[in-house]
Design a protein around this ligand. Sequence first.
Ligand code: FE
Ligand code: FE
Length: 299
Amino acid sequence: MPNDTKTANAPLGNLEEWEDFLKERYPENGSGDHAFQAIDPNKKKEEFRNYETTARPSVREFYRLNHLHQTFDFVQAKRREFLSLKRREMSIWEALEFLNTLVDDSDPDTDLSQLDHLLQTAEQIRQDGHPRWFILTGLIHDLGKILCLFGEPQWAVVGDTFPVGCVYSDRIVFHDYFSENPDSREPRYQTKLGIYREQCGLDNVFLSWGHDEYLYQVTKDYLPSEALYMIRYHSFYPAHRDGEYDYLMNDQDRAMFKWVQSFNPYDLYTKSHERPNMKELRPFYDDLIKEFFPPVLKW
Ligand code: FE
Ligand code: FE
């Protein structure tokens, strides 16, 4: 069990450890293309157990902290703390450059920066001929990770998201760690619906706090709904990859989740070791950003 403060707040050597673990759980289908990846209803609970037992201790500790601390009240407190968007005013590029100052313990020679991941994601979407807003979404989708630079612990920035205020689906990875969460002893949060109504729509549901919701709130006035769904729910793996919590969704959510699902393979499987040529790409992305965003946004 880690006991110094740094490891206690940041069990992961870098944020990519969480994403590498996602790739183990949701391996790319053999074809190698980036086509729609459907929910696999046959994936069994036991398979998840296997990923849990073979996960690195750092990843396990990360999920333990996430499941322990992400209570309903914690989510409300973080929303109050961050969603007034009064921390900074930055352009999209300034935010990208700010995120890129996030250096973690990874080997600088072999690992790509945050900005490299975002550019690779966007470039793959562009190569596949998708609309401009889709490419832009690829470029910005992880900008919410600047929460780390505001001093937030890893488990409050990344990790698969899940609803708070109702029962934890047993398909959420490391489900057993929820027994440490104080909400698991709140009977009103432990029924199927909890504080929600059937099909109330995800806009009325509070998910565990992280980089998805934060960036959604920053960008919600500027992008089409499809893009906003991708941003807001790209870490909601229990729903978009495992088909859970359908009973909280309305028809719009169900229609829009097709887009969340079509985005996911780009997020998970486009990492290559080739560093994108920033100089060449910059004019294209400058124009693209200008098309949708004002010169400065509130963060
Ligand atoms: Fe992300
Ligand atoms: Fe990502």
